[in-house]
Ligand binder design. Structure first.
Ligand SMILES: [Ca+2]
Ligand SMILES: [Ca+2]
Length: 452
C-alpha cells in the first residue's frame, strides 16, 4: 500500500498521440494510439475539429492509474472531407469529466485529409496548375473575401471538364474567392507584364442580369487591386457555359502578397465555374540571331548538308554526311571523312557566303565552331577569301583533338567592297599521309563583337 502511494506521488500526468496524423487518406474512422501516464484512474479522450473549427466529435476510454498505451477510435457519419487544417486534441481528464477537468492535452494542428482523386496533369502555361486545386475536390488553395455573404464550394455537378467545378450561390449575397498567393510564382506581377485570367461560368438560376468581376489584389504594404472592369455576367438564366477572359496588366507591386479574386456580386443567383486559368501573356522578346551564317545551315539542323559543299581539294574518298550521334548544338552535326591523302573539308560558295567580313568598316567579328576528331589529333584551316586576292583573306589555323572543342578567333573586317568577286568560305583539315580524316563539325558561328 505504501509503495503504491509513493507511485502516485511521483508519476506525471501526461498524454501523447503516437499515431502519425499529418496526412490521412479519406476515412470515416480515426483510430489513434495514445500513450498516457496518470496518477489516478482517468479518461483518455480525443476530439476532432474541422478546418472551419467546427466540433466533429469525440471519444474516450477510462484508464487505470499507471503508464501505458491505449487505442481509441472515433467514427463519423460520413467520410471526412478532403481538406487541410483539421485539429485534434487528445486529453487526460477526470472520469466522465469534460475538457475543463483535463490535466494534460496534446494538440495536433494542420492535419490534412488527402484527396482520393488522382490529380490531372497540369495544363502547360496555366500558372494555376490543375484548375487552382479545384480538380482535387476542395477549395484549399482559395480563401474567401472578407465581405462574402453567400457560399462557394467544390462540387461535381459544377464541373465543365474533369471531375469538379465551383458552385457559387449568391442567395445570401455576394461571394468572392481568392487564390492563395502560394499558388502563384513570387514576384509574378510586375510592370510591363501582361496576363490573361480566364474561366468558364454557367448560370444555373436567378433572374435579370447578374455577374461579378475578377481582379488581382495585393495586400503587402496596403491594399492594391487591378481594375474590376469589365465585369463578367449574363442575363441568360439558365445560361450555357460562358468563357470569361480578362486581360490584366502587371503592376509594380511587391513580390509577395498577390492574390486573384473571382467574385459573383449580384445577389440571388447560382453559378457553376470551372477551368480557372492564369496565363503570362507578356510578349517574349527574342534576341535576334546575330550569327551572319544563320541562313546557311550553320548547325546542320536542316536535315541536309547544303548549302555547304565539298572543299575543292577533296578527293574521291571524301564523305560529307550528317550525324545525329554527335552534336554540340541542336540534334545534328556534320560528319566528314576521307582517306587523308588530300586536304579535306567543306566550302560555302561565294554566292551563298555572307560578305560581312569584307565590309571594311573596322568591325570585329568572332569566328567559332565546334570540332571533334574521331581519328587522333589533327589540324586545319578556316578561311574566308576572295579568289585571287589572297592578301585580304580572313584565316585561322586550328587544331582538333579527340574531344569536342570550340575553336574561337576574333578578326577585324577586311575590305572587299571594291573587288569584282565575292569571298568564299573554306573549313578544311590537312592531309595526313593516308592516316585518314574523320571529324565531326557543328555550330559554325560568325558574329560581330558588340561592345556592351
Ligand atoms: Ca473541372
Ligand atoms: Ca547542330
Amino acid at each position: 500500500m505504501f509503495l503504491e502511494v509513493k507511485d502516485q506521488l511521483t508519476i506525471r500526468n501526461t498524454v501523447a498521440v503516437k499515431t502519425e496524423l499529418a496526412n490521412l487518406d479519406p476515412t470515416d474512422t480515426l483510430t489513434l494510439d495514445i500513450a498516457f501516464s496518470s496518477d489516478s484512474d482517468r479518461d483518455v479522450a480525443f476530439e476532432l475539429y474541422s478546418p472551419a473549427n467546427e466540433w466533429l466529435g469525440s471519444t474516450k476510454t477510462t484508464i487505470s492509474a499507471g503508464s501505458a498505451e491505449t487505442s481509441l477510435s472515433l467514427t463519423f457519419n460520413e467520410e471526412l472531407t478532403p481538406s487541410k487544417g483539421y485539429r485534434l486534441i487528445a486529453s487526460l481528464r477526470a472520469v466522465d469529466g469534460d475538457w475543463r477537468t483535463a490535466v494534460d492535452t496534446h494538440t495536433i494542428n494542420n492535419i490534412e485529409i488527402n484527396s482520393p482523386y488522382t490529380p490531372p496533369v497540369p495544363e502547360e502555361g496555366n500558372l494555376l496548375g490543375i484548375n487552382a486545386g479545384v480538380e482535387l475536390g476542395h477549395l484549399n488553395d482559395w480563401k474567401f473575401s472578407w465581405d462574402t455573404q453567400g457560399t462557394a464550394e467544390v462540387v461535381e455537378e459544377a464541373a465543365k471538364d474533369g471531375q469538379f467545378g465551383v458552385k457559387f450561390d449568391t442567395t445570401d449575397g455576394r461571394v468572392g474567392i481568392l487564390i492563395d498567393e502560394d499558388v502563384l510564382p513570387e514576384g509574378l506581377v510586375k510592370a510591363g507584364k501582361t496576363f490573361t485570367f480566364s474561366f468558364y461560368m454557367k448560370r444555373v438560376s436567378g433572374s435579370g442580369w447578374a455577374g461579378g468581376f475578377t481582379q488581382l489584389v495585393n495586400n503587402n504594404g496596403g491594399y492594391k487591386a487591378s481594375s474590376q472592369a469589365p465585369w463578367h455576367g449574363t442575363a441568360a438564366s439558365p445560361s450555357d457555359w460562358i468563357l470569361v477572359e480578362k486581360d490584366i496588366a502587371g503592376e509594380d507591386w511587391p513580390d509577395t502578397g498577390t492574390l486573384i479574386q473571382v467574385n459573383m456580386q449580384t445577389q440571388g443567383s447560382v453559378w457553376y465555374a470551372d477551368n480557372f486559368k492564369l496565363e503570362d501573356t507578356t510578349p517574349v522578346v527574342v534576341e535576334p540571331d546575330n550569327n551572319i551564317l544563320a541562313n546557311v545551315n550553320p548547325s546542320f539542323e536542316e536535315a541536309t548538308v547544303a548549302p555547304w559543299a565539298g572543299y575543292w581539294e577533296n578527293n574521291e574518298t571524301t564523305n560529307i554526311t550528317l550525324t545525329t550521334h554527335a552534336a554540340t548544338d541542336g540534334q545534328q552535326s556534320l560528319h566528314l571523312t576521307s582517306d587523308g591523302n588530300s586536304n579535306t573539308g567543306i566550302n560555302l560558295a561565294p554566292d551563298v557566303t555572307p560578305q560581312d567580313l569584307g565590309l571594311g568598316e573596322n568591325q570585329e567579328y568572332t569566328i567559332s565552331f565546334d570540332i571533334k576528331s574521331n581519328n587522333g589529333n589533327t589540324s586545319g584551316y578556316f578561311r574566308n577569301v576572295v579568289q585571287g586576292v589572297w592578301d585580304s583573306r580572313v584565316e585561322t589555323w586550328f587544331a582538333a583533338t579527340t574531344e569536342w572543342k570550340t575553336v574561337t578567333v576574333t578578326r577585324t573586317q577586311q575590305d572587299w567592297t571594291n573587288l569584282d568577286q565575292q569571298a568564299r568560305l573554306d573549313l578544311y583539315l590537312f592531309a595526313n599521309d593516308g592516316a585518314g580524316i574523320d571529324v565531326y563539325i557543328d555550330n559554325i558561328v560568325i558574329k560581330p563583337v558588340t561592345t556592351p
